[in-house]
Design a protein around this ligand. Sequence first.
Ligand code: NAD
Length: 279
Amino acid sequence: MSSTEGAPAGVVPAQLLKGQKAMVTGANSGIGRATAIGLGRAGADVVVNYVAGREEAEKVVDEIMAFGVRAAAYEADVSKEDQVVAMVDRMVQEFGTIDIMVANAGLQRDAPFTEMTLAQWQKVIDVNLTGQFLCAREATKEFLRRGVVPEVSRSAGKIICMSSVHQVIPWAGHANYASSKGGVQMLMTTLAQELAPQKIRVNAIAPGAIKTPINRSAWETPEAQEDLLRLIPYKRVGEPEDIAHAAVALASDLMDYVVGTTLYVDGGMTLFPGFATGG
Ligand code: NAD
């Protein structure tokens, strides 16, 4: 996939995030990858976090540097406190500061409820919820230390939590995942309320069905795709760039008054499509 795919020329102002420093977790695949590239295209310097797959991360770095901005790949497991602390410290040392944290890393470990092991439950909560807590906390410490720099942004920092439509749609067979995303919703709104007086904007994006490796089986075959489209009023499966565009906009000062909001980017999946024909 080329770096410009999914981003029609002229749609993303090249200087929208000029001079800002962004970190995207889980950025060597899917939504994180597209978001890191989108932020770079908009003029931000970008740290590409990955937990495994250095080569893929370096490819994302190369794509971002082609926009004439800085980028680097940092390895860290977002569920490990010492690794997140060290990663944000390293960014502050090497890039000077952080302005945008996109807490995107996430995974699924699906199982029918009575077969779900504690390890499956714990892994998903550790990465999807605790990982966002740790990344948001470490970024916030630097936002507070530095404060607002008006030439860079009207806010002292932006946190974007990658949630899911499953923060509100129950999902049988995915109790751990849905619980983690429900937790992200309350984490995000609570942080937004707590940090807004310090000029820190915390928001979330709730993607619907986006074509990435996490849900390959849901869109890979024509039959699976047809099933999926029944849940999407807009009648197309989302692309990672759909989320990247939302993240760039949310991170920018165009959205400076947007605080504590979840932006659903889901083709209408949360509109109870089953009720479109009578209900
Ligand atoms: P993906 O599998 O392509 O990407 C997930 C990324 O997170 C990968 O880079 C993976 O290595 C990374 N990751 C996993 N555990 C990690 C850890 N401990 N530390 C650091 N990185 C780690 O999937 P995706 O669809 O791009 O998912 C990105 C986010 O979007 C996730 O939070 C997911 O829940 C959310 N989401 C995706 C969809 C969708 O339809 N694809 C829908 C709703 C929400």
